[in-house]
Design a protein. Structure first.
Length: 225
């Protein structure tokens, strides 16, 4: 059975309704169910709504970053790709970015970091083999606030994509089906789990945090010699 919940965007105050399965309320931890609201569901913004068992919204949370996955065309033909200037200080959300900004001659395996006035955009490029056998270049992008651990997210993104590749999950269907889940769990730094899939995202964050700490300690030691 489906039930309706009234949602108001905490950013622009636009109002709308969403539907969820009634059984989902039974999964609410501590009496609250977290619902990820993606872009264009209510408005152009994405956020998380916390709903109690009486279908009342108790709180909203606007994540510190936004995630997007975009196909960039054939690996052999990337002419005419859109881009924006890294000097554009008006960039606030991934919705305003359009296609990720990409320098010329970048390719699969590259991680592009671009600075804006208030944000940092990380775009990791990789290829996905289509059903017709052709490889297409994709960009997994995260828009971070300046005060976030950019170096940590660089390591996590690479490890996340590599995990998907090793487990035959690096495909469009996975991203499209689990878009909301990826968005929410990256924000919460928790494991991604469905009926058939388990991705130890929390362990990836923990291990990469330790790895980063070790690298910084080695750099610090090296500076004294």
């Amino acid at each position: 059975m489906k039930i309706e919940i009234s949602i108001t965007c905490p950013i622009c105050s636009k109002w709308g309704k969403i539907e969820i399965a009634e059984k989902e309320l039974g999964k609410a931890s501590r009496g609250l169910l977290s619902i990820s609201i993606s872009e264009d569901l209510i408005c152009e913004h994405s956020f998380i709504a916390y709903v109690d068992r009486n279908l009342k919204v108790r709180d909203y949370f606007v994540p510190d970053f936004e995630i997007s996955l975009r196909g960039l065309g054939s690996v052999k033909n990337r002419e005419g790709m859109e881009s924006i200037s890294s000097e554009d200080d008006k960039i606030e959300t991934s919705h305003e970015l359009g296609l990720p900004t990409l320098p010329e001659n970048c390719g699969s395996g590259d991680l592009i970091e671009q600075e804006y006035k208030k944000k940092t955009l990380l775009s990791y490029l990789f290829t996905i083999k289509k059903s017709n056998g052709k490889e297409e270049l994709f960009s997994f992008s995260i828009l971070l606030n300046k005060n976030q651990e950019v170096d940590l997210y660089k390591l996590v993104i690479k490890e996340f994509i590599e995990f998907l590749k090793q487990n035959s999950l690096l495909n469009e269907k996975f991203f499209k089906t689990n878009q909301k889940l990826i968005y929410k769990n990256f924000n919460d730094k928790t494991d991604i789990e469905t009926e058939n899939i388990f991705i130890p995202l929390s362990n990836i964050f923990k291990s990469k945090k330790k790895e980063l700490k070790k690298l910084r300690m080695e750099e610090l030691k090296g500076s004294f010699f």
